[in-house]
Design a protein around this ligand. Structure first.
Ligand SMILES: Cc1ncc(COP(=O)(O)O)c(C=O)c1O
Length: 397
């Protein structure tokens, strides 16, 4: 048996979404073409856009279809920065939380270093020990010189530890100074209620493969009337904001998956939370000195993520040993060129590199069951023992 507990990285495509994609894949017609097949493909795209918009509390015209979360984040950060700079060159500052996904952090820092571009000044705002943005730091930074802020980007929910961010306060503060706010909601859509109109955000990123759609499709919800400089230039699709032929089949799957994820959210998240609590109890029973990370209050974190650090063991060793016993999870942070790095999220939360080294993220989803929890309960104790012994042997050699 395999316990797949890495839904925050990729969750299985919903069967109804797979069927919808397949039905569209075998049709011909570029959605930009003027003949009947093209117009039929365009209808599929526009109906899908309407469904996605309805599920996210947005207007259809506000949904820009993209190639996924990373692209949406890049489009928001670079596009908003360039547009705001174009309006007023004094707007050089980009404020981001220090626990953003690399999809936001890296384009922000790229703007700060790009020699040919307009030099952004990137400020990474601190978080508390649970990974939540320190709103006082944002306030101080905004009020220091509001006219110089191009944009603020704070994620809806963190992908490693699952902490929900205080977005309402962020939006309220930024609005006082007329500063647009982007939020990476890749982990939030389908997990917690997300209403774009009610959020007051200027832009919001989401992606298909975290909610039952296919990989390589997603979107940026962009508030009506917002100026944005495109990253991709070409055929002028998606209102000129994102050139490139639109993948009608993927858009169909995205619509089916987003609608399903949002309409089943309440019952699914209650089930996920209960299973997550069982998993947490099982992990702590097997490894009593493991430390659960992220928000301590259930309402402040995603229902499906359990993040722990295991003292005296390397996350990668744990991951491989668990995999060999049928448990698939993650350390939560990416490797750089195959070399494990301490997570920037855990570092920002104040953990030492030694404490951050033993990180494991279990993330549950639609297909998770009590049998998955039982397998973790069975294998985790011996796996941790083995990883610790291996670590000691390496340290002694
Ligand atoms: C918070 C967050 N943002 C962005 C991404 C990137 O999304 P995509 O894989 O669709 O490019 C991920 C994926 O792990 C994520 O968790």
């Amino acid at each position: 048996m395999t316990a797949y507990l890495d839904h925050a990285a990729d969750t299985p495509v919903l069967p109804a979404a797979a069927e919808a994609v397949l039905a569209e894949l075998t049709r011909s017609g570029n959605a930009s073409a003027l003949h009947s097949s093209g117009r039929a493909a365009r209808r599929v795209v526009e109906e899908s856009r309407e469904e996605v918009a309805a599920a996210l509390g947005a207007r259809p015209g506000e949904v820009v279809l993209t190639g996924g979360g990373t692209e949406s984040d890049n489009l928001a950060v670079k596009g908003l920065f360039w547009a705001r700079q174009g309006e007023d060159p004094r707007r050089t500052r980009v404020l981001v939380s220090s626990v953003e996904h690399h999809g936001v952090l890296d384009p922000a820092h790229w703007l700060g270093q790009h020699p040919a571009g307009l030099r952004a000044q990137v400020e990474e705002l601190p978080v508390d020990g649970e990974g939540r943005l320190r709103v006082d730091a944002l306030r101080e930074s905004l009020e220091r010189d509001p006219a110089s802020v191009a944009l603020v980007s704070v994620m809806w929910a963190n992908n490693e530890v699952g902490t929900l961010q205080p977005l309402a306060e962020v939006v309220e503060l930024a609005a006082r100074h007329g500063v647009p706010v982007h939020s990476d909601a890749v982990q939030a859509v389908g997990q917690v209620p997300v209403d774009f109109a009610a959020s007051g955000l200027t832009a919001l990123s989401f992606t298909g493969h975290k909610l039952g759609g296919t990989t390589g499709v997603g979107g940026l919800v962009l508030r009506r009337g917002t100026s944005l400089v495109p990253v991709l230039h070409g055929g002028g699709q998606e209102g000129g904001v994102r050139s490139g032929s639109v993948d009608a089949a993927a858009a169909r799957g995205l619509a089916v998956a987003t609608t399903a994820a949002v309409s089943t959210l309440a019952e699914r998240s209650a089930g996920l939370r209960a299973l997550r609590d069982q998993l947490e109890a099982a992990v702590l029973a097997a490894v009593p000195d493991a430390v659960v990370r992220g928000a301590s209050r259930a309402e402040d974190r995603l229902p499906g993520i359990l993040h722990v650090t295991v003292p005296g063991a390397e996350g990668d060793a744990l991951l491989y040993l668990l995999d060999a016993r049928g448990v698939e999870c993650s350390t939560g942070s990416a490797c750089t060129a195959g070399v494990p790095q301490p997570s920037h999220v855990l570092r920002a939360m104040g953990l030492s590199d030694a404490d951050a080294a033993g990180a494991l993220r279990f993330s549950l989803g639609r297909t998770s069951t009590a049998a998955d929890v039982a397998l973790v309960a069975e294998v985790l104790g011996p796996v941790v023992e083995r990883a610790r012994t291996a670590g000691l042997a390496l340290a002694g050699s």
